[in-house]
Design a protein around this ligand. Structure first.
Ligand SMILES: Nc1ncnc2c1ncn2[C@@H]1O[C@H](COP(=O)(O)OP(=O)(O)OP(=O)(O)O)[C@@H](O)[C@H]1O
Length: 321
């Protein structure tokens, strides 16, 4: 039987009275990109910090690469790389110097270090800036250097805590490409956390949806979307849709409605059949229809289904693929 890359059983952590995570179970095989998706404060960072041995659990246990995070943290640390939210990168050293220092910390000989740094130079893609002070780097440059540092000792497993939060679309795209490359070409198991639905959808083989400190559902993006069997009719209207919401809810075939300003989203079991009656119903409610379209469920619909609230986090406006 192969050992899972990550195994968490009944994992919990409290801070005084505050329950940060509770009863978290995860089983992540080697080679997978796993996304922990959830809103601010859901508990994602707490899970990652426990798995990286930076925080002790107060309940349950976790094994990473087969080693217990509480009783064998050094064995875990040798097998993982981590680029967490609070990057340690700053200061007077250059990117190249920071990588060389990291190599020394891991006891990597200077000959091997030179070779690895040369390889990682392509990853960080900093050009001439690689030899400039890190304090001059943009957020995206620092994140890429952070990942290169995390990968220097060639760990089979990488933890990325919100790797693209605050990045511009181009840097985000670079990060996505890098995550895919590390996984596909080097076989690195990756656990990443994100608040971005599109990011989890695009990168992760499987997703754990986190809310209020627990995993509320888990599966591939496709499996999760299947939890919402309905179609969604999306209408943009002129005027205030909220004031006539109760009349809209009566439209035949509409199971539930989300109305925000001039946008109406109606869940229906058969979109093709219902779209006409939704259009008529909107007009009968006294609203002028600008456009009406049909879409299949997104992960936000899944989140709504599971938690009763929207996540409301999408990646910018530019399509990133
Ligand atoms: N050191 C701490 N002391 C007290 N409460 C904490 C501590 N660390 C986390 N928490 C609380 O635990 C909960 C989960 O926090 P966590 O940082 O894991 O969430 P998250 O999903 O990673 O959110 P974010 O995206 O904001 O990082 C939050 O309510 C947070 O306030």
């Amino acid at each position: 039987m192969t050992i899972p890359a990550i195994l968490a059983e009944n994992l919990g952590r409290t801070f005084g009275d505050k329950v940060a995570i509770n009863n978290v179970n995860l089983k992540i095989p080697s080679g997978e990109v796993y996304g922990l998706l959830g809103p601010n404060g859901a508990g994602k960072s707490t899970i990652v910090r426990i798995l990286c041995t930076l925080l002790m659990p107060t309940q349950g246990r976790a094994r990473v690469a087969g080693y217990d995070v509480a009783t064998d943290p050094m064995a875990v640390r040798l097998r993982i790389g981590a680029a967490l939210q609070s990057t340690a990168i700053d200061g007077l050293q250059t990117g190249r110097e920071m990588l060389a220092l990291q190599a020394q910390l891991y006891g990597i000989s200077s000959v091997v270090a030179q070779k690895r740094i040369a390889e990682l130079e392509a990853l960080v893609d900093l050009g001439k800036d690689f030899d400039k002070r890190v304090s001059t780097y943009s957020g995206g440059m620092k994140r890429r250097l952070d990942i290169a540092i995390a990968m220097l000792h060639r760990p089979p497993m990488l933890f990325l805590d919100e790797p693209t939060t605050g990045l511009d679309p181009r840097s985000r795209q670079q990060m996505w490409d890098e995550v895919r490359r590390l996984n596909k070409e080097l076989g690195v198991t990756i656990l990443l956390t994100t608040q971005y639905l599109e990011e989890a959808d695009s990168l992760a083989h499987r997703i754990g949806i986190i809310n209020n400190g627990g995993v509320v559902s888990e599966g591939s993006p496709r499996e999760l979307k299947r939890l919402v069997r309905d179609d969604i009719v999306v209408a943009n209207v002129q005027g205030d849709a909220v004031s006539v919401e109760s009349r809209l809810a009566d439209i035949r075939g509409v199971k539930s409605l989300t109305v925000t300003g001039d946008r109406i989203e109606a869940r229906v079991s058969d979109g093709a059949q219902a779209i006409g009656s939704v259009a008529i119903g909107i007009q009968q409610a006294g609203l002028t229809l600008n456009d009406i379209t049909l879409r299949t469920p997104t992960l936000d619909d899944v989140f709504m289904e599971l938690t009763g609230a929207h996540m409301n986090k999408e990646v910018g406006h530019e399509p990133v693929r």
